[in-house]
Design a protein around this ligand. Structure first.
Ligand code: HAM
Length: 421
């Protein structure tokens, strides 16, 4: 066998992707379980969509001027000659699913949640990966700003539930198709005046979609953009009223927030409310939760005219600041001696498992001491010994590995002991 490491042979995980190891998975499961329980309390139901979709879905949904579409998509041609893309986000997929299955005609509320991997070809760094995982929530058909506030309240309740403290909520409005054109013109003019100081990408964005200048990560461009006109000064009456109501409802919940007029979010579809929850503990990639309203996507896809709002949070970022302590499993290790002990152990393990007791039986040839040592090392709560005598008498020794206490009995007699915590 070669001693060369898998990484050297090119068998390491691809840059920007990572394994979630068994020692970490408990926190992931707990974060997902808490999300499931909480979101269902608010009337959301899970939906699952494919990991890859027609490229056009994201071009039209996420938006042709967004960095995600222009720079970050994993797009390839499949063997049938179709252009497909590993989803960089989830929102366009759920809109497609609603239209495709006419979910809007069902009696259930259109409130969905989802967990899954997303793919973006961005420069990997702490908190930014090429495969990452989102918990995503979407509501359809609710135009009232009360739902915008409720979503933010739900996101905060979730963060509190997973032990995230020190998170700040930022809100803004990016207007709608009525008021945004005037704002875009004002922004374009401002960008034109500073053209020579802006990067090439921003100059291109000024023509295509000047709002996207606010996404630029270059410090000089960001400083210039700080002096640009603010969308909040351009909102039409309807958008201004919606934003005022959102703020009033956030106050009703007693939710602290900050209005951030540069919060335009990097995706093209937003209308009215945008929001983010950021954490100072995350470093440069400080956005934990990002979301907003996207009232036009469904009808732009040729579906019914149904408004929408949602958010997504990155699980890697969340887990790096959450305080979760998944319960350690309490399990029984069955020690077997000889072929007869092994056979007895196998049937015992089966019946205990059927009774809901977690059991581990290993088949590598080890002596009594080695097996007991292994049971302790693996963190078993109990060890049960199945040796020659036990098999003959039908009575087994059960050892509590934390206290050293031993009880002998038939499997039926031992079951209540195993059940008591
Ligand atoms: P987003 O802001 O692009 O929004 O992503 C949401 C969250 O996903 C971010 O706040 C961050 O926690 C996480 N995230 C994004 N990119 C990465 C990455 N490369 N590595 C690690 N984590 C990342 C959306 O995706 C929208 N679909 C949210 C939405 C739902 N808007 C309406 N509905």
């Amino acid at each position: 066998m070669s001693a060369e490491s898998p990484a050297k042979k090119g068998l390491a995980a691809i840059k920007g992707t990572h394994d979630i190891l068994p020692s970490e998975v408990g926190c992931w499961q707990q974060a997902e379980a808490l999300a499931r329980t909480l979101f269902e309390l608010y009337g959301y139901r899970e939906i699952r969509t494919p990991v890859f979709e027609a490229t056009e879905l994201f071009e039209r949904g996420t938006g042709e001027t967004s960095d995600v579409v222009t720079k970050e998509m994993y797009t390839f041609t499949d063997k049938g000659g179709r252009s497909v893309t590993l989803r960089p986000e989830y929102t366009p997929s759920v809109v497609r699913a609603i239209i495709e299955h006419r979910l809007d005609l069902q009696p259930e509320p259109l409130r969905f949640y989802y967990f899954g991997p997303m793919f973006r070809y961005d420069k990997p760094q702490k908190g930014r990966y090429r495969q990452f995982h989102q918990i995503d929530v979407e509501v359809f058909g609710e135009m009232d700003a009360a739902i915008d506030a409720e979503l933010i309240e739900m996101a905060q309740a979730y963060l509190a539930g997973v032990g995230v403290t020190e998170a700040e909520t930022l809100v803004n409005s990016v207007g709608c198709r009525t008021c945004r054109p005037a704002y875009s013109r004002a922004l374009r003019q401002a960008a034109e005046a500073k053209k020579d100081a802006l990067c090439e990408d921003c100059r291109r964005k000024a023509d295509l979609n000047p709002l996207r200048i606010f996404d630029c990560k270059i410090e000089a461009c960001r400083r210039i953009a700080d002096g640009f006109p603010r969308i909040l000064d351009f909102l039409c009456d309807e958008c201004r009223d919606h934003f005022a109501k959102l703020r009033a409802y956030l106050d009703l919940y007693g939710i602290p927030y900050r209005v951030e007029p540069k919060l335009v979010r990097g995706l093209d579809y937003y209308t009215k409310t945008t929001f983010e929850i950021v954490s100072g503990k995350l470093g440069a990639q400080n956005s934990l939760v990002g979301g907003g309203r996207y009232d036009d996507m469904m009808k732009d896809f040729g579906g019914p005219d149904i408004c929408a709002i949602g958010f997504a949070m990155g699980l890697e970022r969340l887990l790096s600041v959450a305080r979760l302590e998944p319960p350690r499993p309490r399990f029984l290790y069955i020690v077997t001696l000889g072929e007869d002990g092994k056979r007895a152990g196998m049937t015992l393990a089966r019946s205990f498992r059927r009774a809901g007791i977690e059991c581990l039986i290993e088949f590598k040839d080890r002596g009594l001491k080695a097996q007991l040592g292994r049971a302790s090392k693996l963190g078993a709560a109990w060890a049960l010994i199945a040796g020659e005598d036990e098999v003959r008498t039908g009575r087994f020794q059960l050892k509590d590995l934390a206290t050293g206490r031993q009880v002998a009995g038939t499997p039926d007699e031992l079951l209540p002991v195993l059940r008591e915590q």
